[in-house]
Write a protein that binds this ligand. Structure first.
Ligand SMILES: [Zn+2]
Length: 244
């Protein structure tokens, strides 16, 4: 059977049968893939710590006929994320990232941009970037890559550039100006639009202007999360653990 190999990021694992693990990973070429690592629960198994969440690995696997699950034959650890998970809040953030990536990504469809986003977030986290900045950066680019990011510059109805306050449109696909908005529920402030503009231009490790307070990052998160929840048609489980 032909063996595929790819650079990949481990999203999560769960126990499978008596000695195996089900591994969900995001590969550079094929996107979201699920596979079985045989014997991965045995003591001193050949996978070692390479299957920990958000490890960057080189993974070797082969496809099985009539099964969506691939068989993972080997996995070489390129970058360990073990040190990041000592911080429980960081672990919560990455389980949120993993949950959304798994729920939104079509199976075995390559999306290199998303792979690069995940990889750049791991590096920025290791470089000490603040958790709220990492979370908003993920949400922003995740929405953009999935084609779900509204246009934040022009009113969806009258098409005029937004100057002052604006509100999220109920279908979450645009914002409305003061005149056009009827349901003024999710406000999109000028500052939020400045933060969005900043994220568009800067890499995830960049230092944001110090005057942007944690409260403002959190408020922007609520806005992004309302879009995510709307499209997912449920609240992501891991969102309850995210308090930033
Ligand atoms: Zn308008």
């Amino acid at each position: 059977m032909p063996i595929d190999q790819s650079e990949a990021i481990i999203l999560r694992t769960e126990n499978f049968a008596e000695q195996d693990k089900l591994v969900v990973f995001f590969s550079k070429e094929k996107g979201l893939v699920r596979g079985i690592a045989k014997g991965a629960r045995k003591f001193n198994n050949r996978f070692g710590s390479s299957l920990e969440p958000f490890s960057v690995v080189k993974i070797f696997y082969y496809e099985k006929e009539q099964s969506d699950l691939v068989t993972i034959s080997n996995c070489d650890l390129l970058e360990s994320a073990f040190d990041l998970f000592r911080n429980p809040k960081m672990a919560c953030l990455f389980s949120y990232i993993a949950e959304l990536t798994e729920k939104f990504s079509p199976y075995k469809t390559g999306e290199e941009k998303l792979f690069r986003l995940l990889h750049s977030l791991i590096k920025a986290a290791r470089g000490g970037q603040a958790l709220d900045v990492l979370a908003r950066y993920f949400e922003f680019w995740f929405l953009k890559i999935n084609g779900l990011l509204p246009d934040f510059q022009f009113c969806q109805k009258c098409r005029k550039p937004i100057g002052g306050a604006a509100w999220m449109e109920p279908q979450k696909d645009g914002i409305l100006c003061q005149k056009c908005a009827r349901e003024k529920k999710h406000e999109v402030t000028l500052l939020m639009r400045q933060v969005i503009k900043w994220m568009r231009k800067n890499p995830p490790e960049a230092s944001p202007p110090p005057e942007w307070s944690p409260g403002e990052w959190k408020q922007l998160g609520r806005l992004f999360q309302s879009i995510i929840t709307f499209h997912l048609e449920e609240t992501p489980r891991s969102l309850n653990l995210l308090d930033f």
